[in-house]
Design a protein around this ligand. Structure first.
Ligand code: THU
Length: 122
């Protein structure tokens, strides 16, 4: 799928952001190997640590419906460290498209998170 189209889905998802504390509206859209797309947005909480990022909402929606093979994700903001780690659990080779003004910068997750934690190392 075209990265611009995937980013448009991420941007649309950001419209549903529940972010009364930060006012930062983040959207994500993850593309599965079977070409299905799952979107997510950040959902904040009065107990700040309970907030969930857009990328994790998108990924967990997909995983909870049986998807485990991911190709690409588009995100309106650069993913945080926790989301990088969570994405690497399922897709260490994921392609990550990040909005940068009117442009899109594309990264490999393995470049954004070298040496991800894995309990397979023990
Ligand atoms: N946020 C995300 O949705 N994804 C990230 O990778 C970084 C941060 C959200 C969490 C919070 O609601 C807001 O952005 C400000 O930190």
């Amino acid at each position: 799928m075209d990265k611009k189209a995937l980013m448009e889905k991420a941007r649309y998802a950001a419209k549903f952001s529940y972010s009364p504390y930060s006012n930062v509206k983040v959207g994500a859209a993850v593309l599965c190997k079977n070409q299905k797309i799952y979107t997510g947005t950040n959902i904040e909480n009065a107990s700040f640590g309970a907030t969930v990022c857009a990328e994790r909402v998108a990924l967990f929606k997909a995983v909870s419906e049986g998807e485990k093979d991911f190709l690409e994700i588009a995100v309106t903001h650069i993913p945080c460290g926790i989301c990088r780690q969570v994405l690497s659990e399922f897709a260490p080779n994921l392609i990550v498209h990040v909005k940068n003004g009117d442009d899109i910068i594309t990264y490999k997750l393995s470049d954004l998170l070298p040496n991800a934690f894995s309990n397979k190392n023990f």
